[in-house]
Write a protein that binds this ligand. Structure first.
Ligand SMILES: NC(=O)c1ccc[n+]([C@@H]2O[C@H](COP(=O)([O-])OP(=O)(O)OC[C@H]3O[C@@H](n4cnc5c(N)ncnc54)[C@H](OP(=O)(O)O)[C@@H]3O)[C@@H](O)[C@H]2O)c1
Length: 346
């Protein structure tokens, strides 16, 4: 099969499109014919550049921390998946042989694309327990993007912030991946009042197009003043920030109202940000960081996407052979939304 292989860390050119042996699914595993795999700033681009050593990748490596496609072979002792099933997989999963539902497994775990071969390939074998069925009316490209960001946003808003119907949430980075998804979950799934904030008019407008009730450009406006105008001086119940922009977050923090919650799973523009502690205690604010997701949410996330409540933003779909170009685009911070690699396109 064809796959992208990293033999050494470095610029995008180190991503080699080459022939490698087809993976053979082991006991408890399925093999997926990949139709989509997403390109991510941290887990793919930063890993390829050699900045994610602490995650323990071992070269040569087929990257790609998620995939969506069709089951094309099943290993021994797998009965819950059949050849032809539509399936997606992502994230942390068993590295060694396990039962098809993962029960009783206490061996090492790790992410596909980092600790085991990933989705930047025509075929990938994953533990059957890591697969999630894709609803019929959801295409592979969107399914792969859903697996990447929707569960994290879902976890942050539903479980960590415990955002309620009718509460007000301020979503930072409205044009970004977690931001654009957060807006839709907050509005279409939870029924909250949503303020979308971003560093350009274009991205703030995108937030409104995605369903936000209000949009703020924090590059041209004071985000605290704007939120106070919108909320009548009350402030927001939840601040959803996954950026940690040191110029903006301290101002947005002061726009959190009584018993407010700040939730985060990212800090790529920080990580150090100054916080007004007097506002923190006067308003009885809780700050919670929680990366990752709750696996039992995955089917709900895919279903929300299939129902059109969450529409993942896809910037471009490229053939797998253009993985290096995709990395360059992500590094250049071009466009809005995800770049998806589709090995069926070449
Ligand atoms: N499992 C997890 O816990 C998980 C999953 C996904 C993501 N994350 C983390 O969450 C964060 C957001 O991920 P994402 O995919 O949503 O990010 P993204 O779409 O690449 O970026 C989000 C926003 O950040 C702002 N931004 C980007 N680069 C910046 C820079 N150099 N300086 C200042 N602002 C910048 C931009 O917004 P404006 O310019 O409009 O402000 C952009 O729209 C990342 O740190 C990522 O590692 C964690």
């Amino acid at each position: 099969m064809k796959a992208i292989v990293i033999h050494e860390y470095g610029p995008p050119d180190v991503l080699r499109y080459e022939d490698v042996p087809d993976p053979v699914p082991r006991q408890g595993e399925v093999r997926i014919k990949v139709h989509a795999a997403t390109v991510n700033r941290v887990l793919d681009v930063s890993l390829r550049a050699g900045r994610e050593q602490y995650r323990g990748p071992v070269l040569p490596l087929i990257p790609g921390v998620d995939c969506a496609g069709i089951v094309d072979a099943v290993g021994p002792h797998v009965s819950r998946w059949r050849v032809g099933d539509r399936v997606s997989a992502a994230g942390i999963m068993p590295l060694q042989i396990c039962t098809e539902d993962g029960s009783g497994y206490d061996g090492p775990q790790g992410m596909m694309g980092i600790k085991r071969p990933g989705g930047f390939a025509e075929l990938v074998a994953v533990p059957a327990c890591a697969g999630v069925a894709i609803p019929q009316n959801l295409d592979f490209h969107r399914a792969a993007v859903v697996m990447r960001h929707v569960p994290t946003a879902w976890n942050l808003l539903m479980h960590v912030a415990e955002l309620k119907y009718g509460e007000t949430v301020l979503i930072m980075g409205a044009g970004g991946n977690l931001g654009s998804i957060g807006i839709q979950i907050a509005k279409n799934v939870i029924g909250a009042r949503v303020i979308a904030a971003a560093g350009s008019d274009e991205r703030a407008t995108l937030g409104k197009k995605l369903g936000a009730d209000h949009g703020i450009n924090y590059a041209t406006h004071n985000i605290y003043d704007e939120v106070m105008k919108i909320t009548g001086g009350k402030g927001v119940d939840v601040l959803y920030d996954n950026i940690a922009n040191p110029a903006v977050l301290p101002v947005a923090f002061r726009a959190i109202g009584m018993d407010g919650r700040l939730v985060t799973a990212g800090a790529h523009a920080g990580p150090n940000v100054s916080i007004d502690f007097s506002h923190l205690y006067h308003k009885r604010i809780t700050i919670k960081g929680r990366p990752g997701y709750t696996p039992s949410d995955l089917p709900h996330c895919l279903e929300a996407a299939a129902e059109g409540k969450v529409i993942p933003q896809i910037e471009r779909v490229l053939p797998l052979s253009r993985a290096a170009d995709a990395h360059r685009m992500v590094e250049a911070h071009e466009g809005q939304g995800k770049i998806v690699l589709d090995p069926t396109l070449g």
